[in-house]
Design a protein around this ligand. Structure first.
Ligand SMILES: NC(=O)c1ccc[n+]([C@@H]2O[C@H](COP(=O)([O-])OP(=O)(O)OC[C@H]3O[C@@H](n4cnc5c(N)ncnc54)[C@H](OP(=O)(O)O)[C@@H]3O)[C@@H](O)[C@H]2O)c1
Length: 304
């Protein structure tokens, strides 16, 4: 970690090669001396090395964007998922607590089974329906128990221009096929990775100013971070296909039931998140999912 000059905070970022991590490298840069680590430079499964790296870096802020995110594979690799999603965040958060660093972490809508019938708030009890959700819920618990000034941003249905995600899969399939079948009875809020990184930077700027000015920090704990509206996987796929429409070619997107698309991991029926706490405490409201998609799709076009 490069020492922060003029008292600028030292920020250690893990998972810098991931969807959210890659964007965070750009949005956190103005906030301090940023040291990004990807999986090759910092493997979260090596807890001794993890602790030693944090000790020698002496960061003022740790942002953990690394995670085991392969939802179906986690059913057969639950030990690996637990090590990366629960043991490592717990160790990082305890290291942050010991040194007085702020800890930023990401949780998931998949800590819920989706049966609530209304948007989940931060105080709702978790009830994961799959191994990935259980590993993330255990991570949340370990972070909250660490004693660190910890901020857990709970995000959902993350996509972007890079990495493995639904947007890129649908765009590829729509280029290859005339017809797609997509699950229409599971609901959530698709969220662009850049919106998450920008909202994180905005929240962190507020936390750091409070600390610099010796004011009380914004309340710690879990914050849902998603658009206030939602759709189904089918609705999301239809919007993606519409955006890529070319003259003389139609791709139909047929709705199917989740029951007709068996996957190793069970998915929540509805994992909508109530986003009022983030707006109240930080004044941050993410654009609607359609606006986010439009912004994302426009972002990789070259300016004229
Ligand atoms: N993706 C979603 O739909 C979604 C939904 C809700 C919540 N979240 C949460 O949002 C956060 C960011 O996720 P994301 O979408 O950016 O995921 P992502 O694109 O899969 O990025 C995660 C990063 O962590 C790295 N990683 C995996 N194992 C590691 C290890 N042992 N040591 C160090 N790094 C490791 C991955 O490297 P490799 O690529 O080399 O494996 C990847 O670069 C995570 O906490 C995730 O649980 C994601």
């Amino acid at each position: 970690v490069t020492p922060g000059s003029n008292g600028s905070p030292r920020i250690l970022l893990t998972g810098s090669g991931g969807q959210v991590g890659w964007e965070l490298v750009r949005t956190l840069a103005p906030l301090g001396a940023l040291s990004p680590f990807d999986r090759r430079s910092l493997d979260l499964t090596d807890l001794d090395n993890l602790k030693a790296t944090v000790r020698s870096a002496a960061p003022d802020v740790i942002v953990n964007a690394a995670a085991y995110t392969q939802v179906d594979l986690a059913e057969t690799e639950s030990d690996a998922a637990h090590r990366i999603n629960a043991d490592a965040p717990g160790a990082l958060a305890r290291a942050a607590a010991d040194s007085g660093a702020i800890f930023v972490h990401y949780s998931t809508d998949y800590v819920f089974d989706g049966s609530a019938g209304q948007p989940y708030t931060e105080t709702d009890r978790v009830s994961p329906a799959n191994a990935y959700g259980r590993s993330k819920a255990a991570g949340d618990e370990a972070v909250l128990a660490s004693g660190a000034d910890a901020y857990l941003f709970r995000v959902s249905w993350v996509y972007g221009n890079r990495g493995r995600n639904f947007l890129r899969t649908i765009r590829r399939l729509a280029a290859e096929r005339d017809q797609l079948t997509v699950v229409a009875d599971q609901y959530g809020s698709p969220t662009w990775s850049r919106q998450i990184a920008e909202a994180t930077a905005s929240a962190l700027a507020q936390i750091l100013s409070a600390r610099r000015e010796r004011r009380a920090l914004p309340a710690t704990g879990v914050y849902n971070m998603a658009a206030g509206d939602y759709t189904s996987w089918h609705g999301f796929a239809q919007a993606i296909v519409d955006s890529a429409a070319s003259p003389g070619r139609t791709v139909s997107v047929l709705p199917i039931a989740g029951a007709d698309y068996p996957t190793a991991a069970r998915r929540p029926v509805s994992s909508r998140l109530d986003v009022t706490r983030l707006a109240r405490e930080f004044g941050i409201t993410l654009p609607s999912w359609r606006e986010q998609l439009a912004l994302c799709l426009a972002s990789d076009a070259l300016a004229p």
